[in-house]
Design a protein around this ligand. Structure first.
Ligand code: PEP
Ligand code: MG
Length: 291
């Protein structure tokens, strides 16, 4: 591994015929940033912000979130950091949110649905992100999008947060904003969505679950849950084509991104970025340079 690191450190991820791709890392906590840097990832493609909200008694304040986001941006020293807004639901409970029990949490009020319904949860996070954006190369990512109206509402809330910060005299910046393509609906209308946002990040974990009607946590149907299914690959291709039609970036941040049997196909689709677990970064970078 250290041999591999030595041979790749600081090098671009470029194929023999000159196709370049960004290889970023996924993290779930500030302490993971050390492993991102150790593995010489080009940035953070997915920072799952749930850790801030889980296993505690009260909602994290705007100030607390601001400090965490700023810390990560400063540690990454100008490299791109994509922070995903909180993806909670009946399956990822936080007692203080008093979420109602649901028979089908994966199909229920999670991700952006919950955030739009409960702006008192969402607004402090948006304000914290806009404030942190001043300190580095931040992009915001919204989970579980299925319709353009959700995107329009989020963009409106961000404008509101900016106006509030302006009125409060607090420094802020509106960074790039993108959406997860992790529902079949969002993939199928990705032409319409690409116009509204700066980038896509394809979440193959959920995209496979919803496309194949196979609960990603249900081991008894594990053989049906196959993110390499043609239906999933077709939706990835469609989202990539639509993103590029509108000149927008498209990455993959689900587990499938680290499947090196598919790296060549992803490059052919024109994927701009693969974001993988920190421990997989070097393996994927090596693969790109072999193609
Ligand atoms: C995904 O769904 O592929 C994804 C990256 O998000 P999560 O695994 O956090 O649902
Ligand atoms: Mg997901």
């Amino acid at each position: 591994k250290s041999q591999l690191l030595k041979s790749l450190k600081g090098k671009e991820n470029v194929t023999a015929d000159g196709r370049k791709i960004d290889i970023f890392a996924n993290i779930g906590n500030v302490s993971d940033v050390a492993r991102v840097l150790e593995n010489d990832a080009g940035g953070i493609g997915l920072f799952r912000s749930e850790f801030l909200y889980l296993e505690r008694e009260t909602i994290p304040s705007e100030a607390e979130q601001f400090h965490v986001y700023r810390q990560v941006l400063q540690l990454m020293a100008g490299k791109r950091v994509i922070i995903r807004t909180v993806d909670l639901g009946a399956d990822k409970q936080a007692s203080y949110l008093k979420l109602e029990a649901e028979a089908n949490p994966a199909l229920g009020c999670r991700g952006i649905r919950l955030c739009l319904k409960r702006p008192e949860i969402f607004k402090p996070q948006l304000r914290a992100l806009l404030r942190a954006a001043v300190y580095g190369n931040l992009a915001i990512l919204y989970p579980m999008i299925t319709d353009r109206t959700e995107v329009e509402q989020v963009l409106e809330l961000v404008q509101e947060a900016a106006k509030e910060l302006e009125a409060d005299g607090v420094p802020y910046r509106i960074p790039e904003q993108g959406i997860m393509i992790e529902t079949p609906a969002s993939a199928m209308i990705s032409d319409e969505l690409a116009e509204l946002v700066d980038f896509f990040s394809i979440g193959t974990n959920d995209l496979a679950q919803y496309a194949l009607a196979a609960d990603r946590q249900n081991e008894s149907i594990g053989e049906l849950y196959d993110p390499r299914h043609r239906a999933v690959l077709a939706m990835i291709r469609m989202a990539a084509e639509n993103a590029h039609r509108f000149g927008k970036r498209v990455g993959i941040c689900g587990e499938l991104a680290s499947d090196t049997d598919l790296t060549e196909e992803f490059l052919r689709m024109g994927i701009d970025e693969l974001s993988v677990a920190p421990g997989m970064v070097l393996k994927v970078r090596k693969r790109v340079r072999e193609l």
